[in-house]
Design a protein around this ligand. Structure first.
Ligand SMILES: [Zn+2]
Length: 125
């Protein structure tokens, strides 16, 4: 799964509702793969408004992915280096294996072969 997907996942255990804790899920034992895709400016500009940029930069730093500024540039379109790095981090960086732990309830979601397992046990639903 791409880092974009991770940026949109929050813990969905029933009693885990604190937005300060149930997002973003903490990545652990992660294996990454870069998959080149064509850069699409319109898509990126659209995604800039949808992603949680603070969560993205925090996660990127934890994974050792450098080069994203702390804040989105005022005119991202005029900053091709930013657009390219955002594209690489958000859309070309894939998590193939690992775990995502919730800071709120401790639930651990596993990622296997690029697919996150978001299923819960019956008592967590
Ligand atoms: Zn949780």
């Amino acid at each position: 799964m791409r880092l974009l997907t991770h940026n949109m996942l929050q813990c969905h255990v029933k009693k885990c509702t604190d937005p300060a804790l149930n997002f973003p899920l903490q990545l652990q034992d992660i294996e990454l793969e870069q998959v080149e895709t064509e850069e699409n400016e319109d898509l990126l500009l659209n995604l800039i408004n949808k992603v949680d940029y603070n969560a993205l930069t925090t996660t990127a730093a934890q994974l050792g992915l450098v080069g994203l500024p702390n804040a989105i540039p005022k005119d991202p379109q005029a900053d091709p280096a930013f657009m390219t790095r955002l594209h690489e981090v958000l859309l070309e960086t894939n998590i193939t294996q690992g775990k995502m732990a919730c800071r709120g309830c401790g639930h651990v979601y596993t990622i296997k072969d690029g697919i996150p397992n978001m299923l819960l046990a019956e008592h967590e639903i």
